[in-house]
Design a protein around this ligand. Structure first.
Ligand code: MG
Length: 268
């Protein structure tokens, strides 16, 4: 069942999302060759505490860390480690959630570490472009699967593959609420979008078409052939005027923007 948020709840969701976006920006600025994923996790934990919030993922189904750090072929749910050192040419996805005043926020970005390959850069840009294509479908009169279709189309058009095993979701007093929002599929299906819905859209993009695999740690999801993967996530509120992006974050120029939509090869 989809829960519509009250205006008081929306106020808190806005605040929490803004706090989270600020934390993500701070984390992004720490990403450099030579640091460990555990170091990023410690920084995230400290920043969340400073805001009077609590980490949403730690302890969720016994996940052991504050953030998920997924590098290269890792798609989602990578576990930070003191042994995992970022190297020049890696791409790292950071997924982070918090809860504050009873309401959740959830966000993810994929960031290049140093100088990355043209394919890695393109993958990051497509994940971001797919996210904004999905956001563009958040408007009254559309249905949930219009978002899914736009995301999947954007990814497949560029010769990549959407991850089908994991989905975007509603969010509010629960981290994962209805509706589920796949990153592919036909348009015009599922619930109508209504004001008061808050959705976490999160395209996951990969270079191979095979089903994903989970590593023996029970968490880390990887591509079957160990090809690259990228992931990004924004929270959006459905309003009478369309999407309100709650986790807005200033883009670094080299990360591209929604407007570039990667049609222009020069951006790579
Ligand atoms: Mg999420």
């Amino acid at each position: 069942m989809i829960t519509l948020k009250t205006s008081d709840e929306l106020t808190v969701l806005r605040e929490n999302s803004a706090v989270l976006a600020t934390i993500v920006k701070a984390l992004r600025n720490k990403i450099n060759p030579g640091i460990t994923t555990a170091h990023l996790d410690n920084i995230a934990a400290e920043l969340i505490r400073e805001q009077g919030a609590r980490a949403a993922f730690k302890g969720y189904r016994e996940f052991p860390a504050t953030i998920c750090t997924s590098i290269n072929e890792e798609i989602v749910h990578g576990i930070p480690s003191t042994k995992r050192v970022l190297r020049d040419g890696d791409i790292i996805s950071i997924d982070i959630g918090l809860i504050r005043n009873g309401l959740y926020a959830d966000m993810a970005i994929t960031v290049p570490v140093g100088k990355v390959s043209p394919q890695a850069r393109k993958l990051i840009l497509i994940a971001r472009a797919a996210l904004f294509q999905g956001i563009n479908q958040v408007k009254i009169g559309n249905r949930v699967s219009d978002i899914s279709h736009a995301i999947g189309h954007c990814i497949e058009e560029e010769g990549f593959y959407p991850v089908k095993e994991y989905v975007g979701h509603g969010i509010g007093r629960q981290l994962h609420e209805d509706p589920s929002i796949p990153n592919y599929g036909p348009p015009a299906q599922g619930e109508m979008l209504r004001p008061g819905m808050v959705l976490a859209l999160e395209p996951m993009v990969k270079t191979d078409p095979l089903p994903v695999m989970v590593l023996p740690d029970g968490w880390t999801v990887v591509t079957a052939t160990r090809g690259l993967s990228a992931h990004c996530e924004h929270m959006v509120a459905v309003t009478e005027n369309g999407a309100e992006v709650l986790t807005e974050i200033e883009l670094l120029p080299e990360e591209g923007s929604a407007n570039e939509l990667t049609r222009n090869e020069e951006v790579f």
